[in-house]
Design a binder for this molecule. Structure first.
Ligand code: NAD
Length: 285
């Protein structure tokens, strides 16, 4: 019997709770504020940014979008980030990735104040997460952990296999699961015998960016399967890295795409923005 991990439903519940918290903060004169910076007109980025603004509005978090043309220079973007860093009414800053080729993404991430880095990508925050200190946890891994915890899925001593080693998903989710006492194996595009390894997983996290690459043959009976992938099909609809119909026959818990990890990612951004507004990740620059 497979249980669906419905990220959409959980997100709605969490947003209701956050709205109450935001209302309380507002009564005390503090309105959490997120600045989103979008460079260029990548359609997927535009759609993500719209989703983030909408979610802010639902919870009462104020937000503003700074839209910049594709040919913006790195210096121009750095100076806008500096303004936002110095604006006390701004609590969170998010620069939507990917950036155009003329920009060095790492340099831009470094420029965001760690105290406002609600994506959790700044090396100071990454380092704090690595050592288990309280910090902004990157939104997608944070969302995955929250989903697992919401169903009381035990992690201790479990074998978690991660497919993908990106800085925004694969690496950090492995660290978080390690902190929860799972035994973690990372796999990636150069891994040999992937199927042999994934079939040992009690918890399988799939973040490859390859539509339906993982089917039931890769899954141990009763494993928990988390599909992070977002791939656009020819008909424009979204689909995951996991072949859901086949995988659900083996998995004990499974996330769908859409309505799985995606909505949780945005919800955790709101959570990090509230945390920033409360000054809970204060870091001297
Ligand atoms: P990425 O391209 O940076 O990394 C992909 C990873 O998959 C790499 O580490 C690579 O080694 C690994 N990989 C590729 N082919 C493989 C193979 N054949 N076998 C084993 N490993 C393989 O991607 P990313 O940014 O980590 O994103 C992964 C997917 O998750 C994408 O579809 C992306 O759109 C999606 N995503 C979703 C959310 C969300 O909120 N749901 C957030 C971020 C990313």
């Amino acid at each position: 019997m497979t249980t669906l991990l419905n990220g959409k439903e959980l997100s709605e519940e969490l947003k209701q709770k956050m709205k109450i918290e935001v209302d309380e903060l507002k009564e005390k004169g503090l309105t959490p504020h997120l600045t989103v910076i979008l460079v260029g007109d990548n359609p997927a980025s535009k759609s993500y940014v719209r989703g983030k603004e909408k979610a802010c509005a639902v919870t009462g978090i104020s937000s503003n979008l700074i839209e910049l043309p594709d040919d913006t220079t790195e210096e121009e973007l750095l100076s806008i980030i500096e303004e936002q860093n110095n604006d006390d009414s701004v609590h969170g800053i998010l620069v939507q990735l990917p950036l155009p080729d003329q920009m060095d993404e790492q340099k831009i991430i470094h420029a965001i104040s760690p105290a406002k880095d609600v994506d959790g990508f700044h090396p100071i925050n990454v380092g704090k997460m690595m050592t288990g200190e309280d910090t902004f946890i990157p939104c997608t891994p944070y969302g995955i952990l929250t989903m697992l915890q919401s169903k009381d899925i035990s992690l201790e001593g479990k074998h978690a296999v991660i497919i993908g080693r990106s800085n925004i998903v694969g690496k950090p989710i492995g660290l978080l699961l390690l902190q929860e006492n799972a035994t973690v194996t990372y796999t990636h595009s150069r891994t040999k015998n992937l199927q042999e390894i994934t079939k040992q997983a009690d918890i399988l996290i799939v973040a490859m960016g390859r539509a339906h690459a993982i089917n039931a043959d890769y899954i141990k009976k009763d494993a928990v399967v988390i599909d992070v992938g977002i791939n656009r099909k020819d008909d424009g609809k979204l689909t995951g890295d996991v072949d859901f119909e086949s995988a659900k026959e083996k998995a004990s818990f499974i996330t769908p795409v859409p309505r799985g990890v995606g909505p949780m990612t945005i919800t955790m951004l709101l959570k990090n923005t509230i945390k920033a507004a409360k000054g809970l990740n204060h870091v001297e620059r």
